[in-house]
Design a protein around this ligand. Structure first.
Ligand SMILES: [Zn+2]
Length: 119
C-alpha cells in the first residue's frame, strides 16, 4: 500500500498578548500571541498536531520571541504580564552589547519622562 506521509507547519494568530516596551522599536507596543503547530500529515491532510510553539510578536517591527511552556502559561494570566514583560526586556537586551544596552535604557528613560511631562 502506498502511504503519503509528511509534516506540515502552520501559524495562527491567537490574539493580543500584552503591551510593553519594545527595544527594537524603542517605544511601547502591543505584542501579539502567535502559535505555530507542526502537524503529522497523511495524504497532505493535517492529522495529528505534533508540536506546538508559542511566540509573541511585536505588532510594529514583527520581532518574534519564542516562549517556553512556563512563559506560554503566563499569556493566560493578566497578573503575570509584568513578569512576561520583564522576560521580553531581558531577552531583547541580551542580544545587545553593553554600550548598546546602556544607550537603549537611557533612551527609554528619556522617552518615558518626556511622555510623563506631556501628559
Ligand atoms: Zn518592535
Amino acid at each position: 500500500m502506498f502511504v503519503l506521509f509528511g509534516w506540515v507547519k502552520d501559524r495562527t494568530e491567537m490574539g493580543r498578548a500584552l503591551s510593553c516596551y519594545c527595544y527594537r522599536c524603542q517605544r511601547t507596543r502591543d505584542w501579539e500571541h502567535w502559535r505555530e503547530t507542526e502537524w503529522v500529515s497523511f495524504f497532505m491532510i493535517k492529522t495529528i498536531p505534533f508540536l506546538r510553539t508559542n511566540f509573541v510578536v511585536c505588532s510594529a517591527c514583527r520581532e518574534p520571541i519564542q516562549l517556553d511552556a512556563v512563559r506560554s502559561r503566563q499569556l493566560k494570566s493578566p497578573a503575570a504580564s509584568s513578569d512576561l514583560a520583564g522576560f521580553l526586556e531581558a531577552h531583547q537586551l541580551s542580544q545587545k552589547s553593553e554600550v548598546q544596552r546602556r544607550f537603549l535604557l537611557a533612551h527609554r528613560e528619556q522617552t518615558e519622562s518626556r511622555e510623563k511631562n506631556a501628559a
